[in-house]
Design a protein around this ligand. Structure first.
Ligand SMILES: NC(=O)c1ccc[n+]([C@@H]2O[C@H](COP(=O)([O-])OP(=O)(O)OC[C@H]3O[C@@H](n4cnc5c(N)ncnc54)[C@H](OP(=O)(O)O)[C@@H]3O)[C@@H](O)[C@H]2O)c1
Length: 275
């Protein structure tokens, strides 16, 4: 039986998250969701927000203890699995069928970073980055999409990065993996958008999570300042509910992207500020 989500301290109120069911938003708010990366950071905050909307979640990560904590706080189910394993996505989808029945929402937040000169990257690190950041969301979407299309209902929320749109020096391979999600989201939206399945891509800037300590290179810039993971989770869920194609967090990053697209030479001059 589900236990209600415990209130979490230091979190912002939920005003910005759309909770009301509306006829023009079938399947929203979601009653069931898979959340990858649920053991930490943005994924964890997303799971907490979903629980506050009475959504039953399947929480995915590797760290069993962290998953236990989130499961206790949300009443969700948990599954510890390494998404870099080729069989992981099908196993997650099968478990979701058992535990959730239908999946209204798939949130792909699991990801890892890498910072350092590209020429120093080992093939094994490169392969892991691609496996977790690219292959895992693609294969997971592939696993849940047929049933969403059959139902004519479902939402896919992909956590990309501003690095995938603008390209960040010192994060070459990471930028490339996140750029893959930009193309994936665009193409998929175009292919399935008219069949009841929404695809939203979130492009966060710098977020205050363990992402930087995990990749082994701390975030040292004074600007832009890291924003809370809760803020990103709230913004991307709201955008998903509204059927938005993209959400940039913080929003001013859109300006950087517009400069990049319209006047690339000016952008390159400012790249020290943005990237
Ligand atoms: N933080 C930022 O500044 C920032 C900016 C832009 C985009 N992003 C993106 O936001 C997403 C979430 O990152 P975050 O900031 O929340 O970082 P985080 O706190 O480090 O969380 C990363 C999550 O990914 C999971 N994960 C990593 N490798 C995995 C694997 N092989 N198998 C299963 N799960 C795996 C981790 O699970 P376990 O610990 O349980 O293994 C953890 O739950 C990522 O896709 C990241 O690229 C982050």
């Amino acid at each position: 039986m589900r236990t209600p989500a415990r209130p979490v301290d230091h979190l912002e109120p939920l005003r910005s998250v759309s909770v009301a069911a509306r006829a023009d938003r079938p399947g929203w708010p979601p009653r069931s969701a898979i959340v990858t990366g649920a053991s930490s950071g943005i994924g964890r905050q997303t799971a907490l927000l979903l629980a506050e909307q009475s959504c039953t979640t399947l929480l995915i990560g590797r760290n069993g203890r962290a998953l236990d904590e989130v499961a206790a706080a949300t009443g969700g189910h948990r599954m510890a699995v390494d998404l870099a394993e080729p069989t992981a996505s099908n196993a997650v989808a099968a478990r979701a069928r058992e535990l959730l029945g239908e999946v209204d929402l798939l949130v792909c937040s699991a990801g890892l970073g890498y910072a350092g000169p590209f020429e120093a990257m080992t093939p094994a690190t490169l392969a892991e980055l691609v496996a977790v950041n690219v292959l895992s969301p693609l294969t997971l979407v592939r696993a849940v999409l047929p049933r969403m299309l059959e139902r004519g209902q479902g939402r896919i929320l992909l956590v990309g990065s501003v690095a995938g749109a603008l390209g960040v020096r010192g994060e070459v391979a990471y930028s490339a993996t996140k750029a893959a999600l930009v193309g994936f989201a665009d193409a998929l939206r175009s292919e399935v958008g008219g069949r009841g399945v929404g695809v939203t891509l979130c492009l966060p800037g710098v977020v205050d999570t363990e992402f930087f300590s995990r990749r082994g290179t701390p975030y040292l810039r004074r600007y832009p300042r890291p924003i809370p993971a809760r803020r990103v989770a709230s913004a991307m869920l709201t955008a998903t509910g509204r059927g938005r194609a993209e959400v940039w967090t913080p929003r001013w990053l859109v300006g950087a992207a517009r400069v990049h697209g319209a006047i690339p030479s000016v952008y390159r001059g400012l790249a020290g500020v943005f990237g």
